[in-house]
Ligand binder design. Sequence first.
Ligand SMILES: [Zn+2]
Length: 451
Amino acid sequence: MRFAAASIALVGLLLLGSSCADNEESPFDPDADRTPPELTDFEIESRTPSGGVYALWAASEPVRAVVEYRLEESEQSRYAYSGQREWAEAGITKLVAVSSATTYEIVGVRLTDRAGNETITERDTTFTTGTVDLENLLTIAMIDVGWGDALYLRTPDSHPRHILIDAGHPGQDGLKVREFLEDSFGVNRLDFASMTHVHEDHIGGFYGDDFDGLDGLLLNRGGTGSPFSVGTFLDIRDKTPGTINGPYGDLEFAVDSLRALGKLGEWVFLGPGESSETHEALRWSDMLRVDLLASGKKDFLIPDYSLQEEIGSVQNNDSMVYRVQYGRFVLLLMGDGEFATEQYLQNNWPREFLRASVLKLGHHGSNDSNSERFIDVVQPIVGLIPNAISENPGVEHPYVLNRLRVRGIDYYASDRAIPNRDRAESGVRGDIVIVTDGEAFTVAPINLYYE
Ligand SMILES: [Zn+2]
């Protein structure tokens, strides 16, 4: 994070980025009709014995559709996406649910047309799920750790693997992540844990807070929690010189302590280009393809890179960038990678390989990342923003939010449980959970609370 420093770095990196927010053009078609789209047909179809429930919809013109539904007698909506990014006049959206034999009610359908007009049509229908096979679902959770980043993955297997990428800030976040995993998913050990980069808002939750005696996920600092055991800890190979002191020293201590307790399998250091095809540490599931698209220094890209070793962006641009593919669903996790990371990805990977269903935005949604050009390469259906807002106003940038909205991309931030809200409209926080069958996916904000 480190904002002041990051903005200094930005000056040096402007040439690499393509973001010029003042003259951004809306990709919505300016010649399109200004008439809002209408929902012309809507039907729920349950298919047995698969237990799948589908919303069949039709509209007056080509649209993108999101179906909103919720548990009966609950105000917590879930948002269903078909997994298609093409504009269509009709479609079938699978309502990917996680509970068997459960009754949900449809709240409504949101349609967006190519001119950016949006219509929300309310519906008053219920549906009941059949037997839901959890083995077929990949679960992704962006845990609300406030200032920081923590992302959990549960693999689509009969014996699911549990993966945690980053663990938030040293304060309470280790406890928050521990509680989330135990209470929401019954998980008290990890098959794989990874950092993205050396900043404390990402790795602090692993080691906790020495001063206040707060436990980390991997280290008991005097509290009562027992450290989680970890199969494999994934770390950056070839970190930029000068970036490995401070918080990273605390992390090394925690991982070493875990090893001394016999609770760590392996500690591996990965460079870019490794994948589940080439490295055991990325073989999280037979059902997933995992690629590490970036990891470590990029001094071959930025000539005076090593001179900037005290600057936040160098550490941010060391971020491990993961691409996780399940069927036709792709998740792209940018860490705190900024413009240099985006440029690196575009230079080194085919365009199609960078396309993602869900993009966790770079650097908490800040404007030194998430350039127009990169967003247009990735073309996500949904953007996730690991929030930094309350403590660091200004990281997430209004230009970035607008950049998503004018492309019809929904975003969810962990300090706003409702999609596409500005910070000022906040008040509700929550963890953002996504479940996918390998194509369609549902976004479900959970554990909501009011600030
Ligand atoms: Zn950060």
